[in-house]
Design a protein around this ligand. Structure first.
Ligand code: ADP
Length: 303
């Protein structure tokens, strides 16, 4: 595995899997994206660009501002985590980014194109794996290709490759009830990646897993990211998880959610679990923790 040295490691990684390969033969062409988008300050060529993005919900009890206007740029190949207290609008932000919910105001561009409806060039993983219990692991993964009208034989081949990458080659024929929580979530990650999306959106994907399984899935996810070129937006409540995985951590305020700060995580890749005990890691961890304390999100007995 290559050792990455810059702040956006996967943007320099080769597209070993060959984006746009055989899986796309029978489907409509999905949006292309530039090979390299460079400096994140050059907002005109960011892979993801959010401008003044906000969302309000109107119900019987009036209007609730869930997400205050947000500006964010994400480079091609970047891994960006979003951390914030419950109810600050993280899931809302993911729904907007995925085109599954219209914004109240502002714009979203992904791969240079405005997002105005469901984005086809995206993989989504939620906290619940939402696997179909009557389909085997591989059938659940291939469902992605069936929905998109992609080549079935190539999809099966790709699904087998993905299952092997996450250590589940022997479980292709297992039904969801025969799999542990961690295995089920691995299958749902494989399903999200089957069509080789440019963007992977993950909303608390490891939130329901035990601590050890969660550690293992973090490691597995980083390996997948190193092997496949994609941009990842990852929502989590865990500061340690965010720091461990990310190139940058976006810290959100309590509702109405706004971006409080964005912390670059300059730890080398590949990341190792043991890095969590290093002073550099702890420095980042403390920076986010202190910020949440200053926002009143975290409080200690004597304060
Ligand atoms: P988070 O993911 O950070 O926990 P959410 O994005 O789920 O936060 O929710 C942000 C706020 O918006 C919450 O107060 C929530 O109750 C509200 N909200 C989310 N979705 C809806 C909806 N469909 N209708 C009304 N209110 C909603």
């Amino acid at each position: 595995m290559p050792v990455f040295k810059n702040a956006s490691p996967r943007s320099a990684a080769p597209d070993a899997a060959g984006r746009g390969g055989r899986l796309r033969q029978e489907g409509p062409p999905l949006s292309a994206r530039p090979a390299s988008l460079g400096d994140s300050r050059r907002t005109d060529d960011s892979f993801i660009s959010l401008r003044g993005l906000s969302k309000s919900f109107t119900g019987r009890r009036g209007t609730l501002l869930a997400l205050a206007p947000v500006d964010l740029d994400v480079r091609d190949g970047e891994f960006v985590s979003i951390v914030g207290p419950s109810g600050c609008g993280k899931s809302t932000l993911m729904m907007l980014l995925s085109g599954l919910m219209p914004a109240t105001a502002g714009t979203i561009r992904v791969g240079g194109k405005p997002v105005k409806g469901p984005n086809a060039d995206i993989g989504i993983v939620f906290q619940q794996d939402v696997l179909l219990e009557w389909r085997t692991a591989i059938e659940n993964i291939v469902l992605q290709a069936e929905i998109r009208g992609l080549n079935k034989a190539a999809a099966v081949e790709e699904a087998q490759r993905l299952l092997a990458m996450v250590g589940l080659a022997a479980f292709a024929g297992a039904y969801p009830h025969e799999l542990s929580g961690g295995m089920r979530q691995r299958v749902s990650i494989c399903r999200a990646l089957l069509h080789r999306p440019s963007l992977l959106v993950m909303d608390e994907p490891f939130g329901a897993l035990d601590a050890l399984t969660r550690d293992q899935l973090q490691v597995d996810l980083l390996r997948l990211c190193a092997e496949r070129r994609m941009t990842v937006i990852f929502v989590t409540h865990s500061i340690i998880e965010a720091v461990f995985l990310s190139d940058r951590v976006v810290v959100m305020s309590p509702r109405p959610g706004r971006i409080e700060t964005i912390l670059p995580i300059d730890l080398p890749r590949p990341r190792r679990l043991a890095m969590r005990d290093t002073p550099a890691f702890m420095h980042h961890n403390h920076a986010v923790t202190d910020l949440f304390k200053s926002l009143g999100v975290l409080r200690e007995e004597d304060e």
